[in-house]
Design a protein around this ligand. Sequence first.
Ligand SMILES: Cc1ncc(C[n+]2csc(CCOP(=O)(O)OP(=O)(O)O)c2C)c(N)n1
Ligand code: SF4
Length: 298
Amino acid sequence: MEAVFPKPRIPEEEYIYPGHLACPGCGASLSMRYALKALGPKTMVVIPACCWSIIAGPFPYSTLKVPIYHTAFETAASVSSGMAAALDQLGQGDITVMAWAGDGGTFDIGFQALSGAAERNDNILYVCYDNEAYMNTGIQRSSATPYGAWTTTTPERHLKDRPKKNIMEIMAAHQIPYAATACVAYPEDMIQKFRKAKTIRGMRFIHLLSPCPPGWKIPDDQSIKVTRMAVNSKAFPLYEVEYGEKYRITVEPRNIPVRDYLKVQGRFRNLTDDDIRNIQFSVNKNWDRLQKKVRYSE
Ligand SMILES: Cc1ncc(C[n+]2csc(CCOP(=O)(O)OP(=O)(O)O)c2C)c(N)n1
Ligand code: SF4
């Protein structure tokens, strides 16, 4: 008898053309593909300087079937706020304005504009695709780079010695209507979060872990597997926060040791057993804290 498979819940419509300029296995390009499947054609995308400035292609070409506005590194949020206000004035407030920035453009250089937009509760969807370094300019450390990672500015014997900035907690502290983490290894979860974000008015923030084979030093065909390990080791929990206080875990992790996630990536090749124990300790601590917040929300 022929097997009957359930209908996939991922929309079939494509808003990204094949043949774009990302490296093979790039999580940031797949992230955009899923995001637009969820948001649909009434979307405008604002892109500051980052890998996506290249992936989108040189003017007048475009990888996307929706409009893109390329802007300066630090201005994704302020440009998006202005566009959303203008669309409101034109009676086109049903268009989703999506800022789409890397971790450098979000955690670091674009942070002031992002915090301003969040404090004003501007009507934008701000998405950070986080590949945990400044990849476009050759793998330099950002404040999203995890403790112990190799980058060109945190080379061997000078590995990153500070923890990753907790951007979700910072955004939650602005008490914005919606903040969520997501990743390409769980596309249904990701699409559900983008759909939810689309229905909310005001500031929405989505933090996407986006694997980068050259930056993480993994084979091109391992991006999804490695990202799934990030979730299952609790290094990158999948959850959402409403108005800064209602926390919900959306994918229950399988509880694998963080060592398994670190060991498959060349950027963590220099870690000692002690380093890995310390990382496991802080992953456990963050996970406990998150669970307490979930319990407090109930
Ligand atoms: C004000 C300013 N400083 C530096 C640069 C050079 N620059 C372009 S892209 C980039 C790195 C972007 O990193 P990230 O936001 O993490 O995105 P990714 O490259 O990883 O996609 C830098 C430093 C710039 N364009 N503008
Ligand atoms: S460097 Fe990394 S983020 Fe940039 S296009 Fe290549 S795989 Fe994607």
